[in-house]
Design a protein around this ligand. Structure first.
Ligand SMILES: Cc1ncc(COP(=O)(O)O)c(C=O)c1O
Length: 437
């Protein structure tokens, strides 16, 4: 939005412009409104828990860059860290102190993770972790879980959640069969038949790309045991859960230590980043000390490491407790507000992460999540909430991200909006296309 009171553009005008030069008008499919209908709003700026679009409309934001800005938008401390780093030079192609400091912070908190390598995205982190696991074991087969998303690299874009799920694309075309022929997909929350032919099992310790699906009791522990027994590398993809569920991520939260981790989002304070790490004996296979090649011009970028180290430095156990309480108030409030309109809903929460599933059937895996989504209520709820000034993700398979800038005020306003949105939905005529009403 310009400094003038009148908006310079409407969202619709911007979307039309965008569609002419950017496929689908967006630079990541999850941002499209394809699965909820309508036109995306274009963000002019954000502050804390709020977004303001190019038309000047303000929203309480629960997308929070899909979890990348745990402190909220334009946090002054992060802005200063980025500004300071930028003044010293934005990228060098040579090692910096900032990379060491961030790596030390990550390794110091993720127990059992001896070394990390920084990348520029979570996709690169997961792709590289798999390559390393294959090299370490000398095996090719990997196992992932249906509805878990590990970025868009060829071998891992099978049975993916997130935007792939929203768009109803089972796989992407353009991926050669050979690239996925060694990727086995199993249902989440069931212990798969693992043997010593597998290189790796990669899992989101809390599935957060098929809505929010907590691990069933014993699932992560069972995977740990199976992998240990068969010499298989267990990879926790903590791109979402890392330094969000707790100061030590999901592995500390659940007390299960994998062999390797993938990180992203929170560790960059809103700047492009990813990281993969793990046991020293595995990580030391990486070039330049080992034979596994992996690289990146902008890996360990000074702006990203400066923002990331600042965020991690601000997050201690007390902050996670605060955030978990906010998430709890939000989850309870949403559930009560929606249920009071006679709409069946489940609002799962794991520590600081929240999800929403319409319907009453338990959701333990991707098939269950798809059944809930098929009820068709999410797009309606999304639209009403947006109208009421609350931005949820424009897809039913995404998590809800309360952050440290959401206070009781925003939570109360969100819950009030949810009650109104649910009441509006329940007033739809009985022949409405939304099942259950
Ligand atoms: C669990 C998980 N892994 C990997 C990725 C890929 O990260 P990026 O989008 O930074 O490539 C994501 C992105 O949402 C994710 O949620």
């Amino acid at each position: 939005m310009s400094a003038h009171s009148e908006p310079s553009y409407t969202n619709k005008q911007l979307f039309e412009r965008a569609c002419k030069v950017i496929p689908g008008g967006v630079n990541s499919p999850v941002r499209a409104f394809k699965s909820v209908g309508g036109t995306p709003f274009f963000v002019a700026k954000g502050k804390g828990a709020y977004l303001i679009d190019e038309e000047g409309k303000s929203y309480i934001d629960y997308i929070q860059s899909y979890g990348a800005v745990i402190l909220g938008h334009a946090d002054e401390r992060i802005t200063l860290a980025i500004e300071h780093a930028a003044r010293l030079g934005s990228t060098f192609g040579a090692p910096t102190l900032g990379e060491v400091a961030l790596a030390e912070l990550i390794v110091g908190r993720a127990e059992g993770c001896d070394m990390v390598r920084l990348t520029s995205s979570g996709t690169e982190a997961a792709m590289s972790a798999v390559r390393l696991a294959r090299a370490f074991t000398g095996r090719e087969k990997i196992l992932k879980f249906d509805g878990c998303y590990h970025g868009h690299s060829d071998a891992l874009l099978v049975g993916g959640g997130s935007g792939v799920a929203s768009l109803g694309i089972p796989d992407s075309i353009g991926i050669p069969q050979g690239a996925v022929s060694n990727t086995v997909v199993a249902p989440y929350n069931e212990l798969p038949p693992i043997d010593d032919t597998y290189a790796a099992v990669i899992v989101e310790p809390v599935a957060a790309n098929m809505g929010l699906v907590p691990p069933a009791p014993g699932f992560l522990e069972g995977l740990r045991k199976l992998c240990s027994e068969n010499g298989v590398v267990l990879i926790f993809d903590e791109v979402i859960t890392g330094f969000r569920l707790s100061a030590g991520g999901a592995s500390r939260y659940f007390g299960v230590v994998p062999d390797m981790w993938c990180f992203g989002k929170v560790i960059g304070g809103g700047m492009p980043i990813g990281a993969f790490g793990g046991r020293r004996d595995i990580m030391e296979l990486l070039a330049p000390i080992g034979p596994v090649y992996q690289a990146g011009t902008l890996s360990g970028n000074p702006l990203a490491t400066s923002a990331g180290a600042t965020v991690l430095g601000l997050l201690d156990d007390a902050r996670y407790q605060d955030l978990a309480q906010t998430a709890e108030r939000l989850a309870n409030g949403l559930k009560e507000a929606i249920a009071s309109a006679g709409i069946e809903v489940q609002v799962p929460r794991v520590s600081t992460l929240v999800g929403i599933f319409f319907g009453s059937d338990p959701v333990d895996n991707y098939a269950d999540a798809k059944r809930s989504v098929a009820l068709g209520l999410y797009p309606k709820f999304f639209k009403e909430m947006l109208d009421l000034g609350v931005a949820l993700a424009p897809g039913p398979y995404e998590a809800i991200f309360p952050g440290l800038s959401h206070t009781d005020i925003e939570v109360s306003r969100t819950v009030e909006a949810a009650a109104e949105a649910a009441a509006r939905i329940s007033r739809l005529p009985t022949d409405s296309p939304y099942p259950g009403k």
